[in-house]
Design a protein around this ligand. Structure first.
Ligand code: S3P
Length: 431
C-alpha cells in the first residue's frame, strides 16, 4: 500500500511499545523445547515471530494464540520435536533461520529450511561453519550456503565445540548454543564483543546448563530437561527507537514510551542519544532483573554530532539507520564505523540508509564500514520506492515527519515484519 506522510508541527502522547522481537522468537523456541506449558505475554504478533510459531507447529508443537499478544506453548521437551511434513519457511526472519539451523542440526530427522527473496540472499555460512565443526550435515543448492538448506538428521550427539566468533553476532552464538544442547560434552563460545544476550538469559531461566564468565566466555553443557514457565516480554527498544527519534527531532514534542526493554546489550541507542545531548529520562519499572524494562520520556532536543564505533556497534546494530537520521539534524560531523555487519541485514543498510536520506536532501556518505553524516541539514519531502526492509520504511516515515512538503512511501506492507501498528501509533501522536 502507498502512503502519503505529511510533516508534523508537534508530537505528544504515550506509546505502549509492542513486545521485543528477539525475545519473542526465543520464548517460542525455549517454550517448545521445555516440558510443560509456557505462557508468553506481550508477545510480538508480527510476521517474523508468526513464522517462528508456524515452524514449531510443523515440528509438532501445539501453540495456542490466546489473543493479540498472548501465546500458550505446549512444550514437547528437548527430544520431543517431530519430523516436519513440509519445508519450514522462515519468511524474512534471519533470527528464525539461523537459530533453527542450530536447533535442527541436533535432531533425529531431516528438515528443509527456506526463506523469502531477501533471506535467501543473506549469508548462512556464519552458522554452517561452526555447526559443521560440531558434525552437522547440510545439503545446499550448488554447494553455496544460502537458503533453501536441508538439515540432515542424526542418531547420535553433535560434537562439543570451542568456538571464537569472528563477528559479534547474537544469531550465530544462539545457533551454536541451541546445537550445544545436543552435544556430547561442554561447548565454549568466545565473543569479540558482547551482542544481545537474550538466549543466554532465557536458557538459564528455563533451567538450562549455561554459564557466562566475566570475559563473556559462554559455556553450555548438554542439558537433560528444560521447564516451561510464564514470561512477560518487554517492549522492543528497536521499535521504540523510531518514536524516541521522532520526539527529539520535532518541535515542542513530548512522548512517553511505556515498557521498553533496556537490557544493556540492547540500549546503546540511549547512551548515544544522551551523549548527543538528547532530553531523555528513563524510569525503571520492570520486575525482571534479567530483562529490565523502563518507561522512557523524550522531549524535543538539540543534538551534537558523535562518533559511534567498536563495542557499541552490536549494542545498537538495528538502530543505526534511525540514528543516522538523527545525525542529519545534529550540529557537526557524525561518524559511524566498524559497522560492516549492516551490509548483511534485511537490505544492505549502509547503502539503503544513505540512498534514502540523500533523497530527503541529507549530507551523508557511505564508507566501507559505516557512514559519515554532516548536520544539521533541512530535509525535503520525497518519494521512497518499494523496499522490503521494514526498518528502512520506518526510518523514512520519521524523516517525512520533519521534512518540508509531503513524502510518498510507495509500499508500506513490510512494516508487518516487526511493527504492524506502526503507522497507527504515529498518527495518534500528531497534534
Ligand atoms: C538478532 C540479532 C541481530 C539483529 C537481528 C536480531 C537476534 O543480528 O540484527 O535483527 O534476535 O538474535 P546479528 O546477531 O546477526 O547481528
Amino acid at each position: 500500500m502507498e502512503l502519503e506522510i505529511l510533516p508534523t508541527k508537534q508530537l505528544e502522547g504515550i506509546v505502549n511499545i509492542p513486545g521485543d522481537k528477539s525475545i519473542s522468537h526465543r520464548g517460542i523456541i525455549f517454550g517448545a523445547l521445555s516440558k510443560g506449558i509456557t505462557r508468553l505475554k506481550n508477545f510480538l504478533m508480527a510476521d517474523d515471530c508468526i513464522n517462528t510459531i508456524d515452524i514449531f507447529r510443523k515440528l509438532g508443537v501445539p501453540i495456542d494464540i490466546l489473543d493479540d499478544s498472548t501465546v500458550l506453548i505446549h512444550g514437547k521437551g528437548l527430544k520431543g520435536l517431530s519430523a516436519p511434513k513440509k519445508p519450514l519457511d522462515a519468511g524474512n526472519s534471519g533470527t528464525t533461520a539461523r537459530l533453527l539451523m542450530g536447533l535442527l542440526s541436533g535432531q533425529k530427522f531431516d528438515s528443509i529450511l527456506m526463506g523469502d527473496e531477501s533471506l535467501q540472499s543473506r549469508p548462512m555460512d556464519r552458522v554452517t561453519i561452526p555447526l559443521r565443526q560440531m558434525g552437522a550435515v547440510f545439503e545446499t543448492v550448488n554447494n553455496k550456503d544460502f537458503l533453501p538448506i536441508t538439515i540432515k538428521g542424526r542418531d547420535y550427539s553433535l560434537k562439543a565445540i570451542d568456538y571464537t566468533l569472528p563477528v559479534a553476532s547474537a544469531q550465530v552464538k544462539s545457533s551454536i548454543i541451541l546445537a550445544a544442547l545436543y552435544a556430547d560434552s561442554n561447548s565454549v563460545i568466545r565473543q569479540p564483543a558482547l551482542s544481545r544476550n537474550h538466549t543466554e538469559i532465557m536458557l538459564a531461566a528455563f533451567g538450562g546448563n549455561i554459564n557466562v564468565d566475566r570475559d563473556n566466555k559462554i559455556t553450555i553443557g548438554p542439558t537433560e530437561e528444560l521447564f516451561g514457565r510464564d514470561l512477560i516480554v518487554p517492549g522492543d527498544i528497536s521499535s521504540a527507537a523510531y518514536f524516541i527519534t521522532a520526539a527529539m527531532l520535532t518541535p515542542k514534542s513530548k512522548i512517553i514510551l511505556r515498557n521498553v526493554g533496556i537490557n544493556p546489550t540492547r540500549s546503546g541507542i540511549l547512551d548515544v542519544y544522551k551523549a548527543m545531548g538528547a532530553e531523555i529520562n528513563i524510569e525503571e519499572i520492570g520486575t525482571s532483573k534479567e530483562e529490565p524494562s523502563a518507561d522512557i520520556l523524550v522531549k524535543t532536543s538539540w543534538l551534537n554530532a558523535t562518533v559511534i564505533e567498536g563495542s557499541l556497534i552490536p549494542r545498537l546494530i538495528d538502530e543505526l539507520p534511525i540514528i543516522a537520521l538523527a545525525a542529519t539534524q545534529a550540529q557537526g560531523t557524525t561518524v559511524i564505523r566498524n559497522a560492516e555487519e549492516l551490509k548483511v541485514k534485511e537490505s544492505n543498510r549502509i547503502d539503503s540508509t544513505v540512498s534514502i536520506l540523500k533523497r530527503f536532501g541529507a549530507n551523508i556518505e557511505a564508507t566501507p564500514d559505516g557512514m559519515i553524516i554532516k548536520g544539521p541539514t533541512p530535509l525535503f519531502g520525497t518519494v521512497i520506492p518499494p523496499t522490503s526492509d521494514h526498518r528502512m520504511i520506518m526510518m523514512a516515515t520519521i524523516a517525512a515527519l520533519i521534512a518540508k512538503g509531503s513524502t510518498i512511501i510507495q509500499d508500506t506492507q513490510w512494516v508487518n515484519v516487526s511493527y504492524p501498528d506502526f503507522f497507527g501509533e504515529i498518527e495518534k501522536l500528531r497534534c
